[in-house]
Design a binder for this molecule. Structure first.
Ligand code: C5P
Length: 341
């Protein structure tokens, strides 16, 4: 946080920054499609040391009659895949930016519940996002922006939202946002938003292949529904991920070889059918000597588990040379969730 520096408006120039981490899913079992369009999940998330930083700066004051929808004066985005994030103009409407939606949600729920002083005018703010997580990769980059923005907005608005209030707002913004607030390693149920921390020892090292093109999450779930309809008519075998018990044992033991044997994802076949080149990336990861590999979340990122950082760099380099993998990078597991800077 930086102190305000203007004479007339004491809050002008005030900034609050927060960070949140991207994630991989070590385990993702998908149940039935629910009436609300979501699927029941059982998933184990692991935060990575790929960081999104969201900075809110007060640039003015909302006028009479203006509300939470008028607060955001502009958005800037820097860092990895910045041009793919909606920030106004050709990049897309800022109303689609999850950080913008998170700030507005804190202000709207705060003014209606009394957690934010409704008598004081709302600040007008600029949102600066610095990205470390690939966009549309199944790694929760947008959800991390939302989580960081929720924390930063609570601080900037001096709101009395509890942590539980913020988690409820997070769940409304997206199924992965509550995990991005919590961080570390956690079991997610329901839409993936009912969370219990999972014990994990040591640091796990990953090589990541982002894929050449992003993959919209709803399309991947829809393809899984189609595949399951084919199972029902005998057109496909019904292969499903089991429970996460062995995986949790491997996490407690801090054992990457055991963990590699437990990686699984019911969305992987759907992602591969939409992006057939993923099959070659998965094969390249085996040839490169990764301990194990899995599509993360709805993909298309392929997460390859490695013995240590040096091994991860070797695997990332070899898979990049295979040609289909998009960009590759290395990351390590992180104990952190969203934090104020
Ligand atoms: O909540 P979020 O916006 O991240 O979800 C994007 C889409 O992914 C949903 O609209 C839905 O189609 C699908 N989804 C799902 N079941 C979940 C999580 C996401 O079907 N548990």
């Amino acid at each position: 946080m930086t102190a305000p520096d203007a004479d007339q408006d004491p809050s002008l120039g005030w900034t609050v920054s927060a960070t949140a981490q991207g994630k991989v899913n070590l385990h993702l079992a998908v149940g039935a499609r629910r009436p609300d369009g979501y699927h029941d999940l059982e998933t184990v998330f692991q935060a990575l040391d790929l960081t999104e930083t969201v900075t809110l700066t007060v640039v003015g004051t909302c006028g009479p009659g203006e509300g939470p929808g008028d607060m955001v004066a502009g958005v800037t985005v820097t860092g990895r895949d910045a041009h793919l994030v909606p920030a106004g103009g050709r990049s897309g409407d800022i109303a689609d930016n999850l950080a913008v939606r998170a700030v507005r949600a804190v202000a709207a729920s705060g003014t209606s519940s009394g957690a934010v002083d409704a008598a004081a005018p709302l600040p007008r703010i600029r949102i600066d996002i610095d990205k470390g997580v690939p966009v549309a990769g199944g790694m929760a980059g947008g959800s991390a922006d939302a989580a960081a923005a929720l924390l930063a907005a609570r601080a900037l608005l001096g709101s009395r939202h509890s942590d539980a209030d913020l988690t409820a707002l997070a769940a409304d913004l997206g199924a992965d946002v509550p995990f991005c607030l919590l961080g570390g390693t956690a079991l997610g149920q329901g839409r993936g938003d009912r969370l219990v921390p999972v014990m994990s020892r040591g640091t796990f090292h990953w090589a990541l292949a982002t894929g050449a093109r992003g993959l919209p999450t709803p399309e991947v779930f829809a393809r899984l529904d189609e595949q399951r309809a084919a199972v029902a008519t005998g057109g496909r075998p019904d292969v499903r991920t089991g429970g996460p018990t062995a995986l949790q044992r491997a996490l407690v033991g801090g054992d990457p070889v055991a963990l590699a044997g437990c990686l699984s994802n019911d969305l992987q076949a759907a992602a591969v059918s939409l992006r057939p080149e993923l099959r070659r990336t998965l094969a390249a990861s085996r040839e490169a000597g990764a301990l194990g590999a899995v599509v993360s979340g709805s993909g298309p990122t392929v997460a390859m588990l490695c013995r240590d950082r040096e091994h991860a760099v070797d695997v990332a380099t070899a898979v990049a040379a295979s040609g289909d993998a998009g960009s590759t990078l290395v990351a390590a597991s992180s104990p952190h969730g969203a934090r104020l800077c």
